[in-house]
Ligand binder design. Structure first.
Ligand code: SAM
Length: 218
């Protein structure tokens, strides 16, 4: 394909579409300064999230995998002033940093950062459902379980997004070199169920990392 492989075209795209403003740049820089790995979504992927949230009209969203709040800010921007985000982060230090990010972005009253394993903590927000949008970007082995949760707690017409569903280029390999075979098998189960389970209409956005995009149809 053209886009991902051509650095000049990618640079042009970022120069024109301007995916990252000062607030997002500072979140990224503060995360690095705090010693976090730079594993937030790509700049253009972050813009995709904002625009998809906006197009969908989502008001209640769930994010699994907060890190420093980079993608969370984009989801909140897409939802506008009436939006609310529940975001889940295993690591308490990262959750604290994310809370500061949301404050700096002026979004603190529209978000709750839940700390702990998402598979356990998600139960706590179920009374607030059904939700309009779920974004999955955490432990890859957990993706099938997060999908099962989203099947139950998204409204019909709700949007499911999941990053890294190309499995760092190895999702399709039986013996993935340098990647955890169990995690790759989990990503395959995730895509099989999302694309063929009957509850979603799904596609794969061919971003660098692969971003699954689906709408719940029943
Ligand atoms: N969505 C973030 C962004 O783009 O700014 C990036 C998230 S990062 C790729 C994945 C995060 O998921 C890490 O911060 C990690 O600590 C967290 N995580 C891993 N396992 C988790 C679990 N079981 N429950 C909740 N969070 C988890």
């Amino acid at each position: 394909g053209f886009g991902q492989g051509d650095p000049a075209l990618a640079a042009w795209t970022e120069a024109v579409y301007r995916p990252e403003d000062d607030v997002l740049r500072q979140i990224r820089e503060r995360s690095v300064a705090a010693g976090l790995p730079p594993i937030q979504v790509g700049k253009m992927d972050a813009l995709h999230l904002e625009v998809i949230a906006r197009v969908s009209g989502a008001r209640k969203a769930v994010e699994i995998g907060t890190l420093g709040g980079y993608s969370g800010v984009c989801l909140l921007r897409g939802m506008g002033s009436g939006g609310f985000l529940h975001t889940f982060e295993l690591d308490p230090g990262r959750a604290d940093l994310a809370r500061r990010s949301f404050e700096h972005a002026g979004l603190a009253d529209q978000v709750r950062v839940h700390v702990g394993p998402a598979a356990e903590r998600l139960r706590g927000i179920e009374p607030d459902g059904p939700f309009d949008l779920v974004f999955v970007d955490a432990d890859k082995a957990g993706y099938p379980g997060y999908l099962a949760w989203a099947e139950q707690h998204l409204r019909v017409g709700g949007v499911l997004l999941a990053d890294n569903t190309f499995g760092f280029g190895h999702v399709h390999e039986d013996e993935p070199e340098g990647e955890d075979p169990g995690a790759m098998a989990a990503l395959r189960r995730f895509s099989d169920r999302l694309a063929r389970g009957g509850r979603f209409r799904a596609t794969m956005l061919p971003t660098a990392e692969g971003m699954s995009l689906a709408v719940k149809i029943r």
